[in-house]
Design a protein around this ligand. Structure first.
Ligand code: NAD
Ligand code: IPM
Ligand code: MN
Length: 369
């Protein structure tokens, strides 16, 4: 394999803690000749604001554009909550997504057998659960214009955000969902609120047209977002692939996370369009945030970040065997009852963030040599 450039942006709070464990795994895989990754690091979020007065410098943005893949930890925290909106840590992450055109955010919610008891739902409802949420990531109310806060003539203030989708934005993300469904259970739920929003109605019409034209072998159901939230906690196994907009996808993926036992378990891949030659821009990050309540205490579960790295192996570099190896190591460690606090259960062995990293590395060595 020719050398690939990986940019690591660990970010704030628990971001650097969980990323440290990923870096150990990268070193191990490079050392075994399984990968040939050249890693460089940069700042995003609050740490970038502290160093440079902006949550993302143009230079770091350019490095992300040029990298073969980007790995991100998490951004944000109370220290930066009162900054001007344009300087908030989250703006750095949103600019990365927008400028890299990462329109498809894949958020798998997978229940490991060993963790089925850690779910907030009954074991029989979640055992074997395997949902893929495809969240549109560069459009919708997150980016729509007009937006802002304005003062009206009567002195009242008004906050404005706009939900907008164009047909091409809907179609490209729906194609990702249908293509994934073909490799899985051949079922897509398209989620919006076509009953109250025109953008939702357009979403529904375009997804249906696409299915009829190109994906007749895939079963398509339309569902309102509020109902979907309810169905996710009622009978989650009815879902295979869910495709939805930016905001609904944000909410529904946090909800799906709890079905798997913890937000600390959920990885994600954000993929851009085809750049030719099989290349596409991509960023991999856990679904969770910077978890200020446990930051700096060696308590964070690094598995969401580690499994995001596994998605990078799979989706950016086609290193399927290596991704399987890492997924298997994670599964074995969980089967052996090794647990961070968020997924702790009676009779299990408690470990911290670094202890989970140790366990994964030991398991990788056992499986691979
Ligand atoms: P959060 O995901 O940081 O934390 C929610 C809860 O989950 C907390 O109780 C936390 O301790 C727990 N948790 C999260 N990740 C965990 C892990 N790996 N192991 C164990 N427990 C974990 O969400 P929040 O508290 O709403 O947000 C905190 C900050 O993070 C905010 O500034 C927010 O904007 C930011 N945020 C960033 C991202 C990102 O960078 N992608 C995502 C979500 C939130
Ligand atoms: C996520 C986060 C982000 C989002 C924030 C931090 C900008 O919640 O990645 O899920 O809302 O998309
Ligand atoms: Mn979120």
């Amino acid at each position: 394999m020719t050398a690939k450039n990986i940019l690591i942006l660990a970010g704030d709070g628990i971001g650097p803690e969980v990323m440290t464990q990923v870096k150990r795994i990268i070193d191990w895989m490079n050392g075994k000749g399984l990968t040939n990754f050249v890693v460089s690091e940069g700042l995003v979020g609050g740490c970038s604001y502290d160093a440079h007065g902006t949550p993302l410098t143009d230079e770091t943005m350019q490095r992300a554009m040029d990298a073969d893949a980007v790995l991100l930890g998490a951004v944000g925290g109370p220290k930066w909550d009162n900054l001007d909106f344009s300087l908030k840590p989250e703006r750095g992450l949103l600019r990365l997504r927008k400028d890299m055109e990462l329109f498809a955010n894949l958020r798998p919610a997978l229940v490991f057998d060993a963790l089925a008891e850690a779910s907030s739902l009954k074991l029989e409802l979640v055992k074997g659960l395997d949902i893929m949420i495809v969240r549109e990531l560069t459009g919708g109310v997150y980016f729509g214009q007009p937006r802002g806060i304005e003062t009206l003539p009567n002195g009242e203030r008004r906050g404005i955000n706009t939900q907008v989708y164009t047909t091409s934005e809907i179609i490209r993300v729906a194609e990702v969902a249908f293509d994934l469904a073909r490799k899985r259970g051949s079922k897509v739920h398209s989620v919006e609120k076509a009953n109250v929003m025109e953008s939702g109605l357009l979403w529904r019409e375009e997804v249906q047209k696409l299915r009829d034209a190109k994906y007749q072998d895939v079963h398509l159901e339309h569902m309102y977002a509020d109902n979907c939230a309810m169905q996710l906690v009622r009978t989650p196994r009815q879902f295979d692939v869910i495709v939805t907009d930016n905001l609904f996808g944000d909410l529904l993926s946090d909800c799906a996370a709890m079905l798997t036992g913890s937000l600390g378990m959920l990885p994600s891949a954000s993929l851009g369009g085809d750049l030719g030659g099989g290349k596409r821009r991509a960023l991999y990050e856990p679904v969770h945030g910077s978890a200020p309540d446990i930051a700096g205490q060696n308590k964070a579960n690094p598995l969401a970040c580690i499994l995001s790295y596994s998605m990078m192996l799979r989706y950016s570099f086609g290193l399927l065997k290596e991704a399987d190896l890492l997924d298997q190591a994670a599964q074995n460690v969980l089967n052996a009852g090794i647990r961070t606090g968020d997924i702790m259960a009676a009779g299990c062995t408690p470990v911290g963030t670094d202890g989970m990293g140790d366990a994964i590395l030991a398991e990788l060595t056992k499986l691979h040599g």
